[in-house]
Ligand binder design. Structure first.
Ligand code: C2E
Ligand code: CA
Ligand code: CA
Length: 660
């Protein structure tokens, strides 16, 4: 390969790898002062010895100009020595360096060539010696930049060694050969050195890359461990870590802060109706809406499912906390666009304040949860601040749980029955069994309370078994046209095995299955739609009937409900309370009655207390009704009296009541 081609190749290789060029230039930069020092000293020495033999311009001005140039370059080096080169800078610096080597190499060689003929043989030998030592010294300084070293070698050999050869003096010819050979040997050494250097830079680079990789991996792991991948909000772990840190710091500084738990109302339904992908979109949107509300000192996190957490770093007054909670609830209750449909959701927040509600992570979390629970039960879509009322509820709840665990359920549980009345025939159609619990220590415990508490544990399964058996024992004694309506907790339709067990209890009782109707609440079916569907289908196939209880209190639409095999729907009593005075309630009751008729479902209107309410719902087309107006829930023996014909008039109590 020709020198020029080699030079180009060297340059090209270098340009292909600017990072390597940068490392080389940095290494070379450290030798620059030495290089100029050597040039200055050597040149000055030659100029001094030639001051009488050579003309002034050659012995004084030219070397002075060359030395000045060296000093200028040295000063420039001093100025920029701290500069950090970019990859682009490196390539252009290399080009400049090659030009400089070319120009200075040519200038010094030319000067010595012109100076050589002057003076004695000693002075001539000094010039030759000057060129040889300076060449070796400079090549050593340029050893990191192989192309520059080769360029310099080529210039000196071509311009100066030829001068020595043309002297025809054997000593000078030997010197020229010597100089060339030493130069070539140096070039080989530099070549080998450059290879080692390139290898070392490569290894260093690999090490850095692997360190960066390790750092990136550990960053990724940190992210995965602390960020919820769906919403990009901090996750449960991160929330609890912050909560812990905040409690510790605030404890030390005797300040305050607030913890909020947010639960979405209606999310389950979106998931069931539109699918999990749409559910994910809703959660992402919720995450984005919460993030938009974040500000310094206010953090949001996703705790799992449709539960979110918020930490408010300042001690807020109750008014501010309610105002902030309302802002969050408002943001969450704006419509969501999913799969081309508009979904309506809302969020409820329970707040707990440090230190009023608690000072430990567990206390704060439990109390925010208690406030949330209270909100979900009675004030959905609004913020609730933990209060002593909730505290009392927690205490009562753990007391009831304790007693329930140790209760003799067989002895303490019993039933009352409330007739479901036919407005056309004025006769009872069936009776709804309502569980009752009398505990020696607690006295009578409301069914809503003990059922809710039992539902949090496996105890509910035993309770249902005992109550269902007791209810079926009673049914066996009723006239055969009356059916039993029995309330089922959500868990009873959550597995096929559980549904199977209910069917077995009914078969074992000897009561024909068509006389048994199971009431399931809307919230129970929306917990796991697919499972509810298969359990209800099993119950239906066994010959029992199923009824949707408390319709209108959840979020389901009738079209959704229609996908489940219900025989009847019970309109919740909240719509009935003001059906005679509130036109909205009246419209709702009417539309549900109409829809049931169209879908071929029976409809029971619950909670009728006044004759006016009864008249209104009758006019709207209701036939099956229930409520204190017709009968309160009755003890088993009172049911007997209610159903037994009075000996004197031959009418049942119910018929007599209807006639009066
Ligand atoms: P529910 O299934 O909606 O039962 C009807 C509730 O309304 C009963 O309350 C009944 O006494 C009451 N009620 C009936 N007519 C009227 C009326 O005209 N006005 C008013 N204000 N209330 C009326 P109860 O017995 O306290 O039961 C409350 C809830 O507890 C039930 O609501 C049901 O969800 C649950 N529950 C009751 N017994 C059982 C049971 O054996 N198993 C299960 N899983 N849940 C039960
Ligand atoms: Ca019921
Ligand atoms: Ca009900």
């Amino acid at each position: 390969m020709g020198r020029l081609a080699r030079l180009r190749e060297g340059l090209l290789v270098a340009e292909g790898d600017p990072e390597l060029v940068r490392s080389k230039l940095q290494a070379f930069s450290r030798q620059i002062p030495l290089l100029y020092f050597m040039l200055l000293v050597n040149t000055t020495a030659v100029a001094i010895t030639h001051r009488h033999s050579a003309p002034a311009w050659l012995a004084l001005y030219v070397p002075a100009a060359l030395c000045a140039l060296c000093i200028v370059r040295c000063v420039r080096w001093w100025r920029v020595r701290q500069r950090v080169l970019t990859d682009d800078d490196a390539v252009s610096e290399l080009r400049k360096l090659l030009w400089l080597v070319g120009v200075l190499g040519t200038a010094f060689s030319l000067w010595s060539r012109l100076l050589f003929p002057y003076g004695t043989v000693f002075e001539q030998a000094q010039v030759a010696f000057y060129m040889a030592t300076t060449l070796v010294g400079c090549m050593f300084c340029l050893m990191h930049i192989r192309v520059a070293a080769l360029l310099l070698l080529s210039i000196v050999i071509l311009s100066f060694s030829t001068v020595l050869v043309f002297t025809r003096c054997p000593v000078f010819i030997a010197m020229a050969i010597d100089m060339t050979l030493v130069g070539v040997a140096l070039a080989v050494i530099i070549q080998l050195y450059c290879q080692t250097f390139t290898g070392a830079v490569g290894a260093q680079r690999e090490l850095q890359a692997s360190q960066q990789n390790t750092q990136r991996l550990s960053d990724d792991n940190f992210r995965l461990a602390n960020i919820d991948s769906l919403t990009d909000l901090p996750n449960r772990r991160s929330f609890f870590a912050s909560l812990r840190a905040m409690s510790e710091q605030t404890f030390a500084s005797s300040g305050g802060f607030n913890v909020g738990l947010i639960d979405l109302d209606g999310f389950k339904q979106v998931n069931d109706i539109y699918g999990h992908a749409s559910g994910d979109l809703v959660l992402q949107e919720v995450g984005a809406r919460l993030l938009a509300l974040a500000e310094p000192g206010l953090f949001f996190a996703r705790l799992g499912g449709d539960e979110f957490g918020v930490l408010a770093q300042h001690k807020f007054s109750n008014e501010t906390l309610v105002e902030l909670g309302e802002r969050i609830c408002n943001a969450l209750s704006q419509p969501y666009l999913v799969a081309g449909n508009v979904a309506e959701l809302s969020g409820t927040i329970g707040w707990a304040a440090f230190p009023d509600a608690g000072t430990t992570v567990t206390q704060l979390f439990e109390r925010a949860d208690a406030a949330l629970y209270f909100g979900k039960e009675s004030r959905r879509g609004t913020p609730v601040i933990f209060s002593t009322e909730h505290e009392t509820r927690i205490r009562r709840s753990s007391l009831v749980t304790q007693e329930l665990r140790h209760a003799d359920l067989e002895a303490e549980l019993f039933l009352e029955f409330q007739p479901i009345y036919d407005l056309l025939t004025h006769r009872p159609m069936g009776l709804e069994a309502l569980g009752r619990w009398h505990n020696p220590r607690l006295g009578m415990v409301r069914p809503e309370e003990f059922i809710r508490i039992a539902e949090r544990t496996e105890l509910i399964l035993r309770i249902t078994d005992v109550l269902l058996r007791k209810a079926l024992d009673e049914v066996a004694r009723w006239p055969s046209e009356l059916f039993l309506s029995f309330n089922l907790p959500a868990i009873d339709i959550s597995t096929s095995a559980r549904a199977r067990r209910l069917i077995d209890i009914v078969s074992a009782s000897g009561v024909p299955p068509h006389r048994v109707s199971f009431e399931i609440t809307e919230t129970a079916v929306t917990r796991d739609f697919e499972q509810a569907h298969s359990a209800l289908t099993m119950i239906k196939q066994a010959g029992c009937r199923v009824s949707l209880d408390d319709f209108g209190t959840g979020y389901s639409s009738l079209s959704y409900v229609h996908r489940l095999p219900f025989d009847s729907i019970k309109i919740d009593r909240s719509f009935v309370t003001d059906v005679d005075s509130n036109s909205a309630s009246k419209k709702i009751v009417k539309s549900v009655l109409d829809l049931c008729r169209n879908l071929g479902l029976e409809c029971v209107v619950e909670g009728l207390e006044t004759a006016q309410q009864a008249e209104v719902v009758k006019a709207l087309g209701a036939r099956a009704v229930q409520g204190y107006l017709f009968s309160p829930p009755l003890r088993a023996n009172a049911v007997d009296t209610y159903l037994r014909p009075a000996p004197d008039r031959g009418l049942t109590v119910a018929e007599a009541q209807a006639q009066s």
